[in-house]
Write a new protein. Structure first.
Length: 129
């Protein structure tokens, strides 16, 4: 799919963006993008797309693209950037997380990020299991 920089945000569900904003506001978490959306967009472009969709959080960067499973790419980013081992969750509709599976808050492609996922993500980021 080819999206124009100024219309790509229209592909995002405003309710899901609002729910993500809630997680970030309540927990002061920041975002690292591992989604396939990262392909083809510079970080500044992705920030603009998300801002146009209503996103108010901070994006720290993208996970590397090694062609491995997404869990491996996330693990590589954490090893390179997270010196304090901050708590984190992975919000994704896929399960290719390997050893990071316990951090996955599994969504569904058809429904996106729901209130139940928001509650689970907040609980986990605050130290609950």
């Amino acid at each position: 799919m080819d999206y124009d920089l100024h219309t790509a945000h229209m592909q995002m569900d405003p309710k899901a963006v609002s729910r993500l904003n809630t997680i970030l506001r309540v927990t002061e978490a920041k975002v690292v993008i591992s989604s396939s959306w990262r392909h083809g967009w510079a970080l500044e472009e992705m920030q603009l797309i998300l801002k146009n969709a209503g996103f108010v959080g901070e994006i720290l960067g993208y996970t590397p693209q090694y062609g491995h499973n997404r869990g491996h790419e996330i693990e590589q980013w954490i090893e390179a950037h997270d010196e304090g081992h901050d708590p984190f969750v992975i919000l994704d509709d896929d399960s290719d997380m390997g050893p990071l599976m316990k951090y996955l808050v599994k969504t569904q492609f058809a429904h996106g990020l729901l209130d139940e996922h928001v509650e689970e993500a907040i609980r986990r980021l605050r130290g609950g299991s």
